[in-house]
Design a protein around this ligand. Sequence first.
Ligand code: G3P
Length: 218
Amino acid sequence: MKFFIDTANLKDIQEAVELGVLDGVTTNPSLMAKEGIKGTDAVMSHYRQICELVDGDVSAEVIATDYDGIIREGEALADLHPNIVVKVPMIKDGIKAIKYFSEKGIKTNCTLIFSAGQALLAAKAGATYVSPFVGRLDDIGHDGLQLIQQIVDIFSNYGYPTQVLAASVRHVPHLIQCAELGADVVTCPLNVITGLLSHPLTDKGLATFLADHKKVNG
Ligand code: G3P
């Protein structure tokens, strides 16, 4: 299973890189805005910095919602760095653009997936990744993890190479359940990745080991 970090914060990305388990990064316009990155030049330069930090796929989202605009922005993003994956929203022109990018060998991540039908359509268009949003479905009383299960099953039935990238993963149990269901990738904030480290019995056991060592060794 691949671990992506869902942030545009360079410090968090660096910390995840140093942990040695990071496979990539996902961003979106809200995450870029959170870091105060504004204007095309600043955005492009920020993506370049992220790509230089991480040896893996970096999803950079287009803002355009019309076919020509998505193609123009996506090609400019893809030209920035070989790690860039063009993130395209699940809309009609987005699907057409994913088909175009796929024929050109440009990697894509189809975002804002909330149904199995949307995921199937993106896979047929040749998306490299689909991003179903687990937490946002839970927020409205649906079962986000059930959608992960459905998509994993459908892609497996037909051998689609499109990878299931579980997004809007908010806590450790989400991540573990995505792993149990066979999601190819999870993307989540740093605290969810580092949350995997913790168990009170680990802390208690280590304290006992160190105390016992000290009793004998001083
Ligand atoms: O990758 C999508 C993610 O950024 C959405 O997460 O927590 O805003 O629903 P959230």
